[in-house]
Design a protein around this ligand. Sequence first.
Ligand SMILES: C[S@@+](CC[C@H](N)C(=O)[O-])C[C@H]1O[C@@H](n2cnc3c(N)ncnc32)[C@H](O)[C@@H]1O
Length: 317
Amino acid sequence: MPGVVVLPLARSIAPARLSEALTRLPPIFAREISLGTGPLALGERDRITPIVAAVRGIGVQCGALWLEYPDTNDGKHLSSMCRRLEPLLGAALRAAQVLTADENLRLPRLHVVFTAKQEAYVATSAPAWNSAWPMGIPRLKMPRDVPSRSTLKLAEAFGAFLNDEEQLRLLRPGLRAVDLGAAPGGWTWQLAHRGVRVTAVDNGPMKGSVADDPLVSHLREDGLTWRPKRPVDWLVCDIVLQPIRIAELVARWIADGDARRAIFNLKLPMKKRYDEVQRCAQRMLEITDRAGVNAGLRIRQLYHDREEVTGYLARKN
Ligand SMILES: C[S@@+](CC[C@H](N)C(=O)[O-])C[C@H]1O[C@@H](n2cnc3c(N)ncnc32)[C@H](O)[C@@H]1O
């Protein structure tokens, strides 16, 4: 069934080593990766017993249970069965002491991935590299009075790159941001909505509620050359340009200390997307390293991204 890729591993590769590798290099294009076992052949009447046995076989205690299925038309037929099964399976796994009584996000997450009503894989993922949402699909509502759907990309990026505590600490009233290529204002809205003061740089008009939000100053300047007089907390950039030029622009802001952290979109060419992302990532870290800035970089193709990926570059010190 398309939508799920199963990669058989040599016995010599220990899952713990793979998990370490994924922590160092989290997936870019996969919505969700988990490491485990399968396919399990499930009985029509009792799906739970073989799943519990397989989870016991993995031998780790998990802090959360997610039942998943491919994001395809065929996969959708499995959704109601998963909804019905989840509380029953959860109870059985807790009784078997392989799932904590309360959700614990620091422990591995258990994924039971159904590829058919009687076939599933049992696997785990770690907080350092797994997705924040089941099947990697954030259910975000389009806010009213927001001028563009791309607002959902930045909302998703905050959820993908920052945990709940970081979102509260790093996106709060009193902080300042610059939005390059801001019009019509979907990304600016996400920042202003959290009380962050935004300088929105774009020759085009801002629309909807951000057009006259007192937290938003609109500058009709060239986002490729404009810089703020004082450093800001956040840079966000959604200008459509060759990815390497956006990568260099964003890295220079961070290297020069004009912003502490940045979220940006790289619009990818149709071919060699992975190579292009690698080239951009390497260039960004070269620029920050050369400036003596210790920066962390993460890049992911988000659910709301199409021919593009979203990056997060942040100073560590
Ligand atoms: C994809 S749109 C941004 C959408 C925006 N993030 C939102 O959520 O509404 C790209 C924007 O980049 C702007 N742009 C392109 N080149 C620019 C430049 N050199 N300086 C500033 N803005 C630029 C365009 O005018 C356009 O409004």
